[in-house]
Design a protein around this ligand. Structure first.
Ligand code: EPU
Length: 439
């Protein structure tokens, strides 16, 4: 058996305690923000995941020194040599992640030009970058798309502008923030994403000297400044990893204490967890305990949405738990057109799940008139049986682990390397919870 395969002996509940660290969807962006400063920055609570290694590699390539700080999980980023960097093998980062696109604004400010190789990220839909390119052009950047990647130039200092996004995209909102803070004049961003990770990135930028106002109507106003310094920041805890372990506790009938989890970023998830029949207990400043209180779980209707709605990344792990609920659950995925494909493997394990092209559950979404199977009806409870599982994407991959842990028999899960993109040391955490797994 190769290292990328895990044998999972299912059928026993997870019990115990694990710790979550800084959010995968904040940390690489906060690292990129350091490129905007003229002094070193210190980021704390950095998880050891491959998305952080990718961000580290990219920043080092552009002349930022990235080294461990005094404490575990602390990283010190020094951007003082960016102007002297000789960027030769940026191609080695092609296709690895979607982080490189966020280097555009900072590099244009510092160097007046940028090359961004072809992008990767999870295959959960088309994942275009049209919004990103549109906003960069609005700031005055020249963008040329070639097969090997994007060539960008800023002949003059980028200028603040008025932007209204067609959809509250997380990445594009980050793009605007990282570009506008050093642009000349005021930028007004309408229909912005306001995920907790974005608010944390704004906190990072404010520490560096940026002036950013967030209104309650998805409008963000940024007043450009001439110079930014460094920051010292503790990354917010990973609410997506937390929810994954919570769903693992529920699906296996277990009891998991997630040290480091924070209630305020997870209120929508916690409401749904309770409606399904899960129990939780918040320990302020310490963590959250999640458990299955016994009895049967409840089927629910669920729609994913941008924050403060139910986060799309919570959907896949929760669907596994919903296979154990009594009755019909309806899940409408409105953020990605192709994030339900992973359910095919659950069906092979014995779950009853049907996918539909229609928007089930009431609210029509962007995918309703198109040919995407983005709604699911799950009929439970199902007795899951072990299977051979091939991981399709990050969250789908963790969900397969949950399914294998909840199933009878021994499953083989192939492609576990993908899980390291977003879950630090997950094999040790599984062991700490009593999971019977072998590599
Ligand atoms: N979109 C466009 N054009 C664009 C950009 C986005 O059409 O130029 C569409 C996307 O195709 C998608 C929707 O807008 O349908 C939302 O995409 P968004 O830009 O919000 O997502 P992202 O920035 O690419 C981040 C996270 C995702 C998370 C989403 C939504 C990172 C590195 N990734 O992606 O995380 O699902 O926001 O919250 O921060 C994960 O952690 O597993 C993951 C996929």
């Amino acid at each position: 058996m190769t290292d990328d395969v895990l044998s999972v002996h299912g059928g026993s509940p997870l019990h115990g305690e694990i710790t979550v660290r800084g959010a995968k969807n904040l940390v690489p962006k906060a690292m990129v923000a350091a490129l905007l400063g003229h002094e070193p920055s210190t980021l704390r609570n950095v998880p050891d995941i491959s998305d952080v290694s990718i961000a580290t590699g990219l920043l080092e390539l552009h002349g930022v020194s990235v080294r461990p700080g005094a404490a575990r999980g602390e990283v010190v980023l020094d951007p003082s040599k960016v102007e002297q960097a000789n960027v030769t093998d940026v191609d080695t980062h092609a296709g690895a992640s979607r982080i490189p696109i966020l280097l555009c604004g900072p590099l244009l400010h510092r160097l007046g030009r940028a090359f961004i190789p072809d992008l990767g990220g999870c295959r959960i839909g088309d994942r275009p970058i049209d919004f990103h390119l549109g906003v960069l052009r609005e700031f005055g950047a020249h963008v040329e798309k070639r097969p090997e990647g994007l060539y960008l130039e800023a002949p003059e200092r980028l200028r603040g502008t008025k932007i209204s996004l067609p959809y509250p995209s997380v990445g594009t909102t980050e793009q605007v923030l990282l570009t506008s803070v050093l642009a000349e004049g005021v930028t007004e961003l309408r229909n912005a994403a306001i995920e907790p990770e974005i608010v944390d990135l704004i906190a990072v930028l404010q520490k560096m000297g940026a002036i950013i106002t967030v209104q309650s109507d998805r409008v963000i106003r940024i007043t450009g400044v001439d110079r930014l310094g460094g920051y010292v920041h503790q990354a917010l805890p990973d609410r997506l990893e937390t929810a994954s372990w919570a769903c693992a506790a529920l699906a296996t009938g277990g009891d998991v204490y997630v040290r480091g989890a924070r209630q305020i970023d997870m209120m929508t998830f916690l409401n749904v967890f309770r409606r399904v029949g899960g129990a939780f207990e918040v320990h302020d400043g310490e963590g959250i305990r999640f458990w299955h209180p016994g009895g049967s779980l409840n089927a629910i209707p669920l729609e994913t949405d941008v924050h403060p709605g139910f986060q799309t990344d919570w959907q896949q792990p929760l669907v596994v738990a919903l296979t154990q609920a009594s009755g019909l659950s309806i899940v409408h995925e409105t953020v990605y057109e192709n994030r339900l494909g992973f359910t095919e493997a659950l069906v092979a394990m014995g779950a009853t799940i049907q996918l539909y092209r229609e928007c089930l559950g009431g609210t029509p979404c962007r995918f309703g008139q198109r040919n995407f199977r983005h709604s699911a009806v799950i009929s439970g409870p199902a007795k899951l049986q072990a299977a051979k599982l091939v991981i399709p994407d990050l969250r789908g991959g963790f969900s397969y682990l949950i399914a294998a842990l909840a199933a009878q028999g021994t499953s083989t899960v192939h492609g576990i390397d993908l899980i390291y993109r977003g879950y630090e040391d997950f094999l040790s955490k599984l062991a700490a919870l009593g999971a019977l797994v072998e590599q």
